[in-house]
Design a binder for this molecule. Structure first.
Ligand code: NAD
Ligand code: IPM
Ligand code: MN
Length: 346
């Protein structure tokens, strides 16, 4: 029987609740399908930081290296640890160290879910560059605390980085409805974004079967609200993709529905699966976090591991659950009730 070793990082706030929910669904589907998931949990979080002074041990990345995949809940507890410390100590180093350069985020309405804009009719796959760009971490502050203080944070766009994410997005578009929207801001940012547009045009020649259109980020934000049905695959830089995927989450009914996969396409290191949302301090401990985003992310993990039938079974169980009106309205059903309904459907 195939065994997959999964590293579990539940993290902070609602992270542990939604990760436990996802894990129970994953274990059930593994049992029914006939493969084994061997999970090992790591307590790396803001609480861990308060105890040890680091978000993960010095050999944390090395430890994770031996796993087939990573399932993460959410990281961040800003009341006690600055976000810039917690995220740069755990989530962002994993994405970068494991070259998880493609962040895949699907946005569509599940049956029975009413978005704030419409109740059906769009199916968008956002592909977010996940290792460089605005999140390069290059920069610094000088003359700190004085009137002459300067803060610099430099975006880094490399030919390798831009070309590989665009190729990945072209491939996704080719496998779907053949439409790619490339998002930049090349009217204002005349170096990096013009560079991105140039590479997009160059690759378009190789993917003649894909219809590619370049949009500015501001116009794309409006389009996702006004005409989401006109979009298929959307590719954007790290920060633009971050913002657009919270917008995508909103039009699909809320952050509790938005799943994501941080993929290392070369499979030279583990990929990581996590919901788009954060630790939601405002509802942590209330037991009302929607676990669907985390469970859907778990399905994306199985898909990546090659367990396509099991992944499909999870998505079908989620869809039957929301079609029954369970988990469709934020706060209406408890995390445990939504999870139990999905388990029952399985
Ligand atoms: P957030 O996504 O945690 O919450 C935004 C809003 O969405 C809140 O009102 C929250 O209650 C709601 N929400 C989020 N997930 C939900 C769910 N599953 N069910 C129901 N409602 C849900 O964003 P934030 O408040 O900006 O960030 C909180 C913390 O999480 C910060 O420390 C932030 O840096 C961190 N964060 C981490 C990740 C991650 O680990 N991937 C992602 C985003 C934010
Ligand atoms: C996300 C999150 C992270 C990001 C934060 C927590 C650093 O918002 O995964 O969307 O911006 O990538
Ligand atoms: Mn985000």
């Amino acid at each position: 029987m195939t065994t997959y070793r999964i590293a579990l990082i539940p993290g902070d706030g609602i992270g542990p609740d939604v990760t436990a929910a996802a894990w129970s669904v994953l274990e059930k589907v593994a049992d029914k399908t006939g493969f084994t998931l061997e999970g090992e949990e790591f307590p790396w979080s803001c609480a861990f930081y308060k105890e040890t002074g680091t978000m993960m041990p010095a050999d944390g990345i090395e430890t994770l290296c031996g796993f087939d995949a990573i399932l993460l809940g959410a990281v961040g507890w800003p009341a006690e640890v600055p976000d810039s410390v917690s995220l740069h100590g755990l989530l962002l180093p994993i994405r970068k160290s494991f070259v998880q350069y493609a962040n895949i985020r699907p946005h569509r309405l599940l049956p029975g879910v009413k978005g704030p804009l419409r109740s059906d009719g769009f199916d968008i796959l956002c592909i977010r560059e996940n290792t460089e760009g605005e999140y390069s971490g290059a920069g610094g502050r000088v003359h700190q605390g004085t009137a002459d203080e300067v803060a610099v944070e430099t975006s880094i766009f490399t030919r390798t980085g831009v070309e590989r994410i665009l190729r990945f997005a072209f491939e996704q578009a080719r496998a779907r409805r053949g439409k790619l929207a490339s998002v930049t801001k090349s009217n204002a940012q005349k170096y990096s974004m013009v560079f991105w547009d140039e590479i997009t045009r160059k690759l378009a020649g190789e993917y003649a079967d894909v219809e590619v259109t370049s949009y500015h980020i501001d116009a794309m934000a409006a389009r996702m609200v006004m005409a989401p049905e006109s979009l298929d695959v959307v590719v954007a830089s790290n920060l633009f993709g971050d913002i657009l995927t919270d917008l995508g989450a909103a039009i699909q009914g809320g952050l509790g529905f938005a799943a994501s996969a941080n993929i290392n396409p070369d499979r030279s290191a583990p990929s990581m699966f996590e919901p788009v949302h954060g630790s939601a301090p405002d509802i942590a401990h209330l037991g009302i976090a929607n676990p669907i985003a985390a469970i859907w992310s778990g399905a994306m993990m199985l898909e990546h591991l090659g367990e396509k039938a099991a992944a499909g079974a999870i998505i079908a169980a989620i869809e039957r659950t929301t079609a029954d009106g369970i988990g469709t309205v934020p706060g209406k059903d408890r995390t445990e009730a939504i999870t139990a309904a999905i388990l029952a459907q399985l």
